[in-house]
Design a protein around this ligand. Sequence first.
Ligand code: ADP
Ligand code: MG
Ligand code: MG
Length: 236
Amino acid sequence: MLCLRNVDYSRDGMKILQEINMTFREGMSYSILGPNGAGKSTVARILMGELKPTSGQVLLDGKDITGLDVTERAKLGISMAWQEPARYEGIKIREYLTLGGKLKVKEDEIKEALELVGLPYELYAERLMDKTLSGGERKRIELASLLLLKPRYTILDEPDSGLDITAGELIENLLSEFKKAGATVILITHHEEIAGKTDFAYFVCAGRVVKKGFSREVVEYYRKTCGRCLFLEGSP
Ligand code: ADP
Ligand code: MG
Ligand code: MG
């Protein structure tokens, strides 16, 4: 179980996150839903250890991991697909997917992972990671690499951005693959139809959790409020 407990995050005197409490259980999928600038990526960076909370803790199975960095957390099975995929110029997609051969996977698994994200194996396995790949293709490759790694906790920051209209089905397939492996997915999005595909959801607005629960209920609330924070508009 991965938790954020009473997490605050401030930057340049600005409160970006306030009193964030989130629980991510083994084998379940979660959305973090909210408008642009709500603080979703900041939550992800704090979960990954890229940012340290101003106060509060990150807990893994009850153990305080707030002080651990990205590499240490990756070793504990927490991984992330960044909103802007990294560039690894000059290596083949196959090498990227197998961490340069360090990840021992069968050829069939590479094929399956690529095809699940909509990239035909024959066209992509031997292709170079370079500027000729579109942003969407990079994103799909990064998702395929997480499918092969199958970390205990996978954080996907807006995997739907930069993908086309088939994104919904792709996300559904990803979620079901991770669930089969018993892994936990934390999916960040500002699209309610994508958020509706996970088991549970947190609706984040202006750096706070406004609503949490079954995705269906959270999405319904999000629709009702048009994604705005009612508490910022004069409610007590
Ligand atoms: P989201 O991912 O929900 O769009 P972010 O977590 O990226 O939101 O950002 C939350 C808030 O923090 C926004 O108001 C954003 O402008 C601010 N913010 C993010 N990164 C920085 C930064 N490096 N310096 C100052 N403010 C930042
Ligand atoms: Mg954003
Ligand atoms: Mg973001």
